[in-house]
Design a protein around this ligand. Structure first.
Ligand code: SF4
Length: 409
């Protein structure tokens, strides 16, 4: 019998806290301090007994809402792999799903928090650049910032991952996220070992990068692989890029040349991942136009993500009326992802505007930069928010009509 989700048998996620989990969307908090093997066992047992493991509830809730999830995505991947590499994946037809150690097909190596950026919507869970700031902000703003957690579990070493690759001959999908994968010391030895094992033809290499640095050795060996997905994280252009992400890096001067070199990869498939937060709701069109300006001929797409954590940066903390203004700037029917952005902006409900402004101001004090200089169209909203808060002595969303004070674009 095929279990509802096959990832606990075929997938492995090396998480930044050192745990090994079935996948990246699996919520391990509810499992306390039990070790990875015990978690995996209990998840397999749950699925074999048609029970939903507690760590999978949010994933399957998302699937109910959106009709897709990592579970459905993985199932589609296996069907595609079975069709394109029948010799290697025929075994799936009668694979026995029992309480057993994984028969790995995909691995997500996200255990490194090495990064060269300190993006405003990120944290020490993904970037080691954030650690000091996060711990200091947790002292001054404990409601908004949590102390950075030390690794609870020993991380897999590079040689342990290399032996795992040798023990699992059908392991074909390698995801590298983080931190910044090109700063992950495991990336190069893993790619080299796959070539030494002559497995480059059946492998899909999946890298999510900030595009600030791509080592020359990568361009020397990656063309040997049959398929490489390059996911590029981008939340805005120009000053917005610098304020949200770049710091000393400039999108045109530093990132674009690296991307153009990556675009020359014949086996490359490119995806721009635009993370929407309360910061960049008015940056969707400039970002879309910048991606279009790259004039990529083939093999590229763009997609949206929503900041879930920190909650203070959720775009749903902004009043609907204000989000409406951003939605009005987006033409309908021009691009399915633009239509999706409009729909996301128009979701009913308003969260906590106070937390957003407090978070932004705390970051400006700690990390420099001036929010209103970068995003002048928030001026009216902030003023009317401060006025309504002062008036009532408590934080109230502004009652006055909101007009995003736009500089001419
Ligand atoms: S159901 Fe979702 S969270 Fe659970 S293992 Fe499968 S993909 Fe991961």
């Amino acid at each position: 019998m095929k279990p509802l989700c096959r990832l606990p048998w075929h997938g492995l996620f090396l998480s930044p806290d050192g745990r090994q989990l079935p996948c990246c969307t699996f919520k391990s908090q509810s499992y306390g301090e039990i070790n990875s093997q015990q978690i995996l066992k209990s998840v397999q047992i749950d699925f074999l007994n048609n029970k939903i493991p507690s760590g999978c509830k949010s994933c399957l809730a998302k699937e109910k809402r959106l009709g897709r999830s990592l579970r459905t995505q993985f199932d589609q991947h296996l069907i595609m792999q079975r069709q394109t590499h029948p010799k290697n994946y025929q075994f799936l037809d009668d694979f026995k799903y029992t309480e057993s150690s994984p028969y790995l097909l995909q691995i997500d190596i996200s255990d490194s928090t090495n990064c060269n950026l300190k993006c405003r919507f990120c944290g020490s869970h993904a970037s080691n650049q954030w650690e000091n700031d996060q711990n200091e902000l947790a002292e001054t703003h404990p409601k908004l910032f949590k102390k950075s957690t030390k690794n609870l579990f020993a991380k897999m070493t590079t040689s342990e991952v290399l032996s795992l690759i040798e023990q699992n001959p059908n392991l074909y999908h390698f995801q590298f996220r983080g931190g910044e994968p090109f700063l992950n010391p495991k990336l190069k030895p893993i790619l080299q070992r796959l070539i030494e094992l002559d497995r480059q033809d059946q492998c899909i290499i999946d890298i999510t990068t900030n595009g600030t640095w791509v080592p020359q050795w990568f361009f020397d060996i990656i063309p040997l692989f049959s398929w490489v997905n390059i996911n590029i994280s981008l939340e805005g252009t120009g000053q917005t890029y610098q304020y949200l992400r770049g710091g000393k890096f400039d999108l045109e001067r530093d990132i674009k040349p690296n991307l153009q070199k990556l675009f020359e990869l014949k086996n490359g498939f490119f995806c721009f991942h635009v993370l929407l937060s309360a910061f960049n709701i008015f940056e969707i069109i400039p970002t879309y136009e910048w991606i279009q300006s790259l004039k990529l001929q083939k093999n590229f797409k763009w997609q949206l993500g929503l900041v879930q954590a920190p909650k203070a940066l959720s775009l749903y903390n902004l009043p609907l009326q204000f989000r409406q203004q951003a939605a009005n700037l987006i033409p309908t029917g021009e691009d399915p992802i633009l239509d999706q952005a409009r729909a996301l902006l128009l979701v009913q409900g308003t969260g906590n505007l106070h937390d957003f402004f407090e978070y932004v101001q705390a970051l400006d004090q700690k990390q420099g930069g001036d929010f209103l200089v970068t995003f002048p169209y928030f001026k009216d909203l902030l003023e009317s928010f401060n006025q309504s808060s002062d008036l009532n002595g408590k934080e109230e969303p502004p009652s006055a009509p909101l007009t995003a004070s736009f500089p001419n674009r």
